[in-house]
Design a binder for this molecule. Structure first.
Ligand SMILES: NC(=O)c1ccc[n+]([C@@H]2O[C@H](COP(=O)([O-])OP(=O)(O)OC[C@H]3O[C@@H](n4cnc5c(N)ncnc54)[C@H](O)[C@@H]3O)[C@@H](O)[C@H]2O)c1
Length: 321
């Protein structure tokens, strides 16, 4: 059992707190917003219930299901200051606002106050560790990115991005900490805007926006093309392992030899888009038409309920490959 500091307890901080508590760690949190402690405790109770339900419906992991209770004050402490929250931490997860100067100041303060042995991870969606550690003076190399995916209490992916000053020991500790709470971390070996998963999404959004802009298909049809097509398979096998199955017994070699050349033609035909006002209007009105007044909160709940069942199914059948 380790002591985990959660700094910033909004949407993402609460999700991390839940994951660490459910795995049996002690969590010390800090957020300066009025009412933050009460909101965190309420949010953690909701998230823990959902995560426990997922484990129970998978028919396995009784320890996670058993942890599906509101954490006690011994397990979850709310500290009066950032420095006190990290003073005894083995691992710090920072989840403050996505503004570079704010994060740089928070991470410098965390670095100054945390024990020398602590690893410090930022949930940042887009900044690199070299940008984030700019004002840290004690041990800037231990500041890395640990980027989760929303809804972060359910989705297992975490992107771990070290800086050039990060030691292999820090990287290994981060990967180990995330794996131990049931996450699926990947190691990103270069500091790129948007890390990896958001870059992959951006590649798809670029083409989706372009096809809508050119009037090739409606927004609804773009969404159908993915959610009733390849998206169904991608939750089970990633796009590359999935592609290899299209080659039958010949596997990836056959697919690339056979379909690689036409695929290259499609790739070279993809267009860059500029997200100007006209295009934004087409996308906004297209989504409005598709959703037809549905309450986004209800839709998000339906998505999360289905996501829980997909995750439970993956546990039941075992991860592929
Ligand atoms: N929301 C997402 O979909 C998502 C997904 C992955 C990663 N992230 C990243 O996670 C981080 C947090 O995002 P969020 O959506 O939870 O935002 P949020 O606005 O819900 O939470 C941010 C919290 O930081 C707190 N905060 C402000 N100043 C602080 C300080 N000095 N010390 C401690 N806490 C402070 C705020 O009071 C707020 O509660 C961002 O870096 C974001 O890019 C967000």
């Amino acid at each position: 059992m380790s002591t985990i500091a959660i700094i910033g307890t909004g949407v993402i901080g609460a999700a991390w707190a839940t994951g660490f508590l459910a795995a049996g760690h002690t969590v010390t949190a800090f957020d300066p917003a009025p009412g933050a402690e009460a909101r965190l405790r309420e949010q953690v109770s909701t998230f823990v219930g959902e995560a426990g339900a997922a484990a129970a419906s998978a028919g396995g992991d009784s320890s996670t299901a058993a942890a599906a209770t509101t954490p006690s004050s011994d397990e979850l402490t709310f500290a009066p200051s950032l420095a006190e929250a990290v003073a005894d931490a083995d691992f710090v997860q920072e989840n403050g606002p996505e503004r570079l100067e704010v994060k740089q100041a928070m991470l410098a303060e965390i670095d100054a106050a945390a024990p020398a042995s602590a690893v410090i991870a930022s949930s940042t969606s887009g900044f690199s560790p070299s940008q984030l550690n700019a004002h840290a003076t004690k041990a800037p190399g231990r500041i890395i990115v640990g980027h989760p995916f929303n809804p972060a209490h359910l989705v297992p992916l975490v992107e771990v991005v070290p800086s050039t000053g990060t030691s292999a020991t820090v990287v290994d500790r981060a990967l180990e900490v995330y794996r131990a709470i049931g996450k699926k971390p990947i190691l990103v070996r270069a500091e790129l805007p948007g890390h990896v998963a958001n870059r992959l999404q951006a590649a798809m959004w670029q083409e989706a926006y372009s096809l809508v802009d050119r009037g090739v298909v409606s927004v609804t049809d773009i969404d159908t093309a993915i959610s009733s097509g390849p998206g169904l398979r991608w939750a089970i096998l990633g796009p590359l392992a999935q592609q290899s199955l299209s080659g039958g017994a010949g596997g990836m070699r056959h697919v690339l030899d056979h379909l690689g050349p036409p695929q290259e033609v499609w790739m070279h035909d993809l267009e860059q888009v500029h997200l100007g006002e006209d295009l934004k209007e087409k996308l906004i009105s297209g989504v409005d038409e598709e959703l037809d007044g549905r309450d986004p909160a209800v839709l998000a709940k339906q998505r999360d309920d289905m996501l829980l069942e997909i995750i439970a199914l993956k546990r039941k059948y075992g991860e592929l490959p």
